[in-house]
Design a protein around this ligand. Structure first.
Ligand code: NOJ
Ligand code: CA
Length: 682
């Protein structure tokens, strides 16, 4: 009894001071907005200390509890508390726009918008605006720094934006700030175990809700990562800059959009157009010169260490080898031939270095002019290659000449590369010295914008490897045709480990939410330098052309492997790269996914289905086909003994007639897949 009394006394003594200091419960929201279908809603709050926050509900249930908004600054006091709501306005938007190329031709942009201005109640009386666009399938919000006397030069050391999740969840994520940029295998962990993650980060709550966190329109700002603050609360962690400030801008300016794609199922995430919709419309005008295409290249043979980028006896980019690739591309209707190692600069320590590269001078055994001419005569473009090794400063000093040369030669697309460890890109400071910077910091985002604008002036599209993250800027700059930004097929050539079978079903619901990826599928030669080789079946390699969206797709394998296997190769010849519509028929993150796409240039449909290391039976209802029409289904499926470990090459190719009333049962082997071409019959 005495003990219990003592415990009670102690509890009162220790609890009461905290109780006395606790702020009054937050008042109700100061502003609200709901999505067009009243599925999602956002509320804005101010706590008694004037701290702005937002919360998100779905069908009335809170999925983000009040999550803070604000900034730490280098040159001025923080923007964090002491605010009042100075104004608010709402509006509605509903427009359908057309993509010049893409996974679907028409995109509906339908949202309700809330724009709020927070102003400091006293002191400097500085303001920032927050704009929320609320869709039925997600939310985007961004800050705007208005023109104001007491905040002209904004030097941001950290964004205080939070995402306070209310439910336990499983997360799929890759770490931020590690040496290898964004080329990591995805972690699948309890949300509690996330450290600092790159975006997109995708979660599935205990209640089954799928949420992907990312950003849109990352322009002249630094990339956002997410730090786990505990108890489901995540906070923006901006990529560092060249000194204490992570972002330096003059007001007025907007930040990128912070995005949440929200869906009952994984398929819904992959169907969302949120990121594209939050970007500005095409700024380049006529972009008919941006050409989606398939390509082959002098490439995989280097990754298999049979040829070299460097000059010498094993040099890959010889006139004779490239000519062979042009002939092959012409024979099979491919638009381009990528040539790596064509230019002077590969002979020394090029990795993370870059100052020896010339972007205009070919090696003597590579006849650039003659090959470009020969390609043109056969309807095949050379695809240019600019490996910068992260030396953006050096590249910029030659970029204009390099693009002018390529334009003169009819080269319409360039693959750039930034092979350097994280934090090891080089940019030029105001005083001419070199500064080492991160791939996704503000300086590199400025660089990528200069590249894309210079390339556009020369009617060239850019496919950046080791890029900054994709945030949907292809809508504004349609010559941003694709990029890497994750572990590509190359890891199955030399990685240790290579890409495991779950990698692609992970990518579809994480990295691919950001935009197209130059994944380079199409491998039939499964023995590589990676232990375990390529960990898929052949049928899965074919399915990847449909599953991993890119308007440029490589047929990445050695030509001999295609020449020896013309029947499965036929799917790679037939599959288009530009789509009228895309539908995700089913999928679970990291497990499996089935996608159907309609060709933009015909009435034909294509289906790709891939699985992880588990074999599966999946149903694919064909209700998307035109009713009453018959289709010849050309099926490329895993054979009875197929297995990524045992007989990856066991593939059955067969035909049957189907209609919209049919449902196909897809049998996927472990590590397998299925690719189907549905040819509309007259
Ligand atoms: C890394 C790229 O991802 C790869 O495709 C390229 O071959 C090498 N860098 C060399 O530029
Ligand atoms: Ca790479």
């Amino acid at each position: 009894m005495i003990l219990r009394l003592l415990a009670l006394l102690a509890a009162l003594l220790f609890a009461s001071p905290a109780f006395a200091q606790a702020p009054a419960p937050p008042p109700g929201p100061v502003a609200t907005i709901a999505s067009p279908g009243n599925i999602l809603s956002v509320e804005l709050h101010l706590d008694p200390d004037g701290r702005p926050a937002y919360s998100v509900r779905r069908f009335g249930t809170e999925i983000l509890s009040p999550s803070r908004l604000g900034f730490l600054l280098l040159n001025a006091p923080k923007l964090e508390r002491g605010f009042q709501l100075a104004s608010q306005a709402t509006s509605t938007f509903d427009q359908t726009w057309e993509q010049p190329w893409g996974e679907r031709r028409f995109v509906r942009n339908h949202y309700h918008e809330l724009r709020a201005r927070f102003t400091e109640r006293a002191g400097l009386q500085r303001s920032f605006d927050v704009t929320f666009r609320v869709y039925d399938d997600g939310i985007g919000f961004r800050y705007e720094f208005p023109d104001q006397p007491n905040l002209r030069n904004v030097e941001i050391t950290e964004e205080l934006t939070e995402f306070a999740l209310t439910q336990p969840a499983t997360a799929w994520w890759i770490p931020a700030f590690e040496w290898n940029r964004e080329e990591y295998l995805y972690n699948r962990t309890n949300l509690r175990e996330v450290g600092t993650a790159q975006t997109p980060m995708t979660i599935r709550t205990e209640g089954g809700l799928h949420i992907a966190f990312h950003e849109a329109a990352l322009i002249d700002y630094s990339g956002m990562n997410l730090t786990n603050m505990g108890n489901g609360r995540f906070r923006a962690a901006l990529t560092p800059g060249t000194d204490g400030a992570k972002v330096r801008r003059a007001a007025p300016f907007p930040t990128p959009w912070r995005t949440l794609q929200i869906s009952d199922n994984a398929a819904g995430l992959a169907m969302s157009n949120l990121i594209l919709n939050l970007n500005e419309p095409n700024r380049l005008g006529d972009v008919s010169w941006v050409r989606p295409m398939k390509y082959v290249g002098v490439w995989w043979e280097m990754h298999l260490d049979r040829k070299t980028w460097a000059s010498g006896p094993r040099h890959g980019a010889t006139t004779e080898n490239v000519r062979r690739h042009i002939d092959f591309a012409a024979r099979h209707g491919f638009g381009g031939v990528l040539v790596e190692g064509w230019n002077v600069g590969w002979d020394g320590e090029w990795f993370g270095n870059g100052q020896d590269f010339s972007f205009t001078q070919p090696y003597p055994d590579f006849d650039l002019e003659g090959l470009a001419r020969y390609g043109r005569s056969r309807g095949v473009q050379l695809i240019g290659h600019h490996e910068t090794s992260g030396n953006a400063a050096h590249y910029e000093s030659q970029m204009e000449d390099a693009f002018a040369l390529y334009q003169r030669l009819g080269v319409g697309a360039v693959k750039t590369g930034y092979v350097a460890d994280a934090g090891q890109n080089k940019v030029r400071a105001g005083d001419g010295s070199l500064l080492y910077v991160w791939h996704e910091g503000q300086a590199m985002n400025q660089h990528h914008m200069r590249v894309i604008e210079a390339a556009a002036r020369h009617r060239i599209s850019i496919n950046a490897h080791e890029p900054t993250k994709d945030t949907g800027l292809r809508r504004t700059y349609p010559n941003m045709i694709a990029r890497e930004g994750a572990r590509g097929m190359e890891y199955s050539a030399w990685g240790n480990p290579g890409n495991p079978p779950e990698h692609e079903p992970n990518l579809v619901f994480t990295r691919m939410l950001a935009g197209p990826m130059d994944y380079t599928p199409g491998i039939f030669g499964m023995q590589t330098c990676a232990p375990g080789g390529v960990q898929t079946t052949w049928a899965k390699q074919l399915a990847l052309y449909v599953v991993i969206y890119s308007p440029i797709q490589m047929a990445a394998d050695l030509l001999v492997n295609y020449e020896a296997n013309p029947r499965p190769f036929q799917f790679i010849v037939d599959v288009p790269v530009d789509w009228q519509e895309s539908l995700v028929l089913n999928g679970e993150i990291g497990d499996y996914v089935t996608i159907a796409r309609k060709d933009r240039a015909s009435e034909n449909w294509y289906i790709g289905s891939v699985t992880d290391e588990e074999g599966r039976l999946l149903q694919a209802p064909l209700s998307f086909l035109t009713p009453g029409r018959r289709y010849r289904a050309q099926i490329y499926r895993d054979g009875p003994t197929a297995n990524y470990r045992g007989r990856p090459e066991d593939i059955v190719i067969e035909e049957r007639i189907v209609t919209s009333r049919d449902t196909l049962t897809l049998r996927l082997a472990p590590g397998g897949g299925q690719a189907i071409r549905l040819v509309a019959m007259r």
